[in-house]
Design a protein around this ligand. Structure first.
Ligand code: VG1
Ligand code: CO
Length: 598
């Protein structure tokens, strides 16, 4: 018989789940007494005691440092609170999309995901705990607010301190817990249920032909030492026949090999450089928990995530899953570029614009209103589950390549020809002093809300933009009517170009300011122009209107996420480079230009 102990604790005031769960430095979880225990108890407390005796929870994580300790705590606290059954990925490993898949498949009441996603890991990195509900999606704000309220008042938690499970052994382990029905822990293969699901979504025979048939293409997939490695190995290499060496960094590591497991041009630079060599036709990278993806074509041709979802939308009928379900609607988060809107309009599909974070898509999907959605932050997914899904996105792209028999670059360029192009970029200013960041946003809001702001003209270089709309984005959920306010400051100009400022909800220290720029161009002569050149005036205007540099002391962003492979930071300054081709008497001259600190 396993004993239940009641432990007295003091509540913490800072356990508010952000955009995607509670994320803090590992040291916060380790050094504050009962910090993790408190939060786990707060999550389990939102499940009604009467429900718990029949309740199954799915547990898994991205393999980062402290995950195994947290899983043991979850086992002990779940048992002591009368949860009936836990399903855990072998060695704790389960990608975020796989957890969502398993919750749905076995009709669990929810799941707990141990991840800080793309944030670095290791003893000095970040850790995170996220709660998902029975739909398989991230808990909506109503529930995360409840968890937060409980955590602020928590005086004690229940735990079975002697209960230990072997996470490596597949199978069921049963424990007799004081006063409750037997408590079972089931360790499952991390990949199987998820692989089974993908087999039902895509045409695996066509993908196998593409990856290992006589005219196969060469792919390079970089798991960035995150959780997706075993999934890529099993599904893409073993099952679809891609050579073993086409997948790299596939062993999950507690510190992601010391890198940021973040699939963008800066942190997946290895992949970008390998792709430039021209040996591979298609490249992709994933984040720590496997829900994000970056897609590259031959020679490192970059597919902007906002474009990626638009391309999938325009080619969606080639995917067997959507042939069965039909296309119910499309959605993007507010800062994501309008590329998807252009497809929705042309193909007469319903489009929804939601706040940042995957949780807002769930209600629409549950109500049968949404099939495909994406975020500019390298997130793409569909209603097959309730999380974004990195490997799903890659198989969706490969399906398009298989059907269209064109390269990534050709597909992208065709798309722009047909729908026009949204030039898009995001600048991140990380670990800014919180007070300074809040003040900057507040001051900007005051400026924007001044009666004279709408209609005002801003110029930079030879471009002039007139303000058409200035607001703080608020979202009313079309399904349950709930309202989410303060989701980001938007300045929309009369030509549809947008400047957006918002504060990140996933950082673990200080504040991160995100600046998003979106500018639409339908002139076929201009769609191949350098994005940096196209966006420079709007960046300049954004910095002037917000006085970001003056108010935060930051001369450049910490990272400019995606203009193209040539932007980087140097001594805290943004360095942009572009290749300019100009006609001369001797023919075309290629010249690199660099400029700092727009
Ligand atoms: C960021 C992204 C958002 C994404 C979220 C979680 O949030 O902007 O689009 O949904 O991370 O992604 P924020 O609040 O920092 O901007 V992940 O891969 O952490 O689950
Ligand atoms: Co993630």
């Amino acid at each position: 018989m396993v004993k239940i102990t009641t432990v007295k604790t003091k509540p913490y005031t800072d356990q508010k789940p952000g955009t995607s769960g509670l994320r803090k430095r590992v040291t916060v979880f380790q050094q504050n007494q009962h910090y993790a225990e408190n939060f786990i108890q707060s999550i389990i407390s939102v499940i009604e005691p009467a429900e718990r005796q029949a309740a199954t929870l799915v547990v898994g994580g991205d393999g980062r440092f402290f995950m195994k300790d947290a899983i043991q705590l979850i086992v002990q606290i779940a048992a002591a609170n009368g949860i009936n059954h836990l399903v855990i990925g072998q060695n704790g490993i389960m990608s975020t999309p796989a957890v969502s898949c398993v919750i749905r498949k076995i009709k669990a009441v929810g799941g707990i995901i141990l991840t800080a996603s793309h944030n670095p890991g290791g003893p000095n990195g970040d850790f995170g705990i996220k709660y998902n509900i029975s739909s398989g999606g991230p808990a909506p704000e109503g529930i995360t607010n409840k968890i937060f309220d409980i955590s602020k008042n928590l005086q004690e938690y229940l735990i079975c301190p002697e209960l230990k499970v072997d996470l490596s052994k597949i199978g069921k382990q049963t424990f007799e817990v004081d006063t409750f029905k037997p408590f079972t822990v089931e360790i499952v293969d991390s990949v199987e249920a998820y692989a089974e699901m993908l087999r039902g979504i895509f045409d695996f025979a066509a993908l196998k032909e593409l990856l290992s048939g006589p005219n196969h293409i060469n792919v390079r997939l970089d798991a960035m030492h995150g959780v997706v490695g075993p999934y890529v190995k099993k599904i893409v290499c073993e099952e679809l026949g891609s050579p073993a060496n086409s997948a790299v960094n596939c062993v999950p590591q507690e510190d992601f090999g010391g890198h940021h497991p973040d699939p963008n041009l800066t942190y997946a630079a290895d992949l970008v450089n390998t792709m430039k060599g021209g040996e591979y036709d298609f490249g992709a990278a994933f984040d720590g928990d496997g829900d994000r993806n970056m897609v590259l074509g031959k020679h490192g041709f970059f597919v902007n995530p906002s474009d990626s979802v638009a391309v999938i939308a325009a080619n969606i009928t080639g995917i067997p899953y959507f042939q069965k379900t039909g296309v119910k609607g499309l959605a993007r988060s507010m800062p994501t570029s309008g590329a998807l809107d252009n497809v929705a309009k042309a193909l007469k599909m319903q489009l929804y614009e939601t706040p940042t974070g995957w949780k807002f898509f769930g209600n629409l999907m549950d109500a049968g209103k949404l099939s495909l959605c994406g975020e500019e932050s390298f997130g793409t997914g569909s209603d097959h589950i309730r999380e974004k899904d990195g490997l799903w996105a890659v198989l969706a792209w490969l399906s398009i390549l298989a059907t269209r028999k064109q390269s990534v670059e050709e597909i992208m360029k065709d798309h722009w020809q047909k729908f026009g192009r949204n030039f898009f970029t995001r600048y991140d200013y990380e670990e800014v002093d919180s007070d300074a960041a809040n003040k900057m946003i507040k001051d900007l809001e005051t400026t924007m809300f001044d009666a004279s702001f709408v209609g005002k003209k801003f110029s930079s270089g030879d471009k002039t933009y007139e303000v058409a709309v200035a607001d703080n984005f608020a979202y009313t959920d079309p399904v349950d009517g709930s309202v989410s306010k303060n989701q980001g400051l938007r300045i929309i100009f009369s030509d549809g170009s947008r400047i957006i400022f918002r504060l990140s909800g996933t950082g673990s220290a200080g504040a991160t300011i995100r600046l998003y720029i979106d500018s639409y161009e339908k002139d076929p002569q201009k769609i191949y122009q350098d994005p940096q050149v196209m966006l420079a005036p709007l960046v300049d205007i954004a910095l002037k209107v917000s006085q970001l540099q003056e108010k935060t002391g930051r001369t450049g962003p910490t990272i400019c996420v995606f203009i193209d492979a040539m932007s980087c930071t140097w001594k805290n300054q943004l360095v942009l480079s572009a290749t300019v081709i100009s006609p001369t008497d001797q023919g075309l001259r290629k010249r690199s230009i660099h400029w700092r600190n727009l």
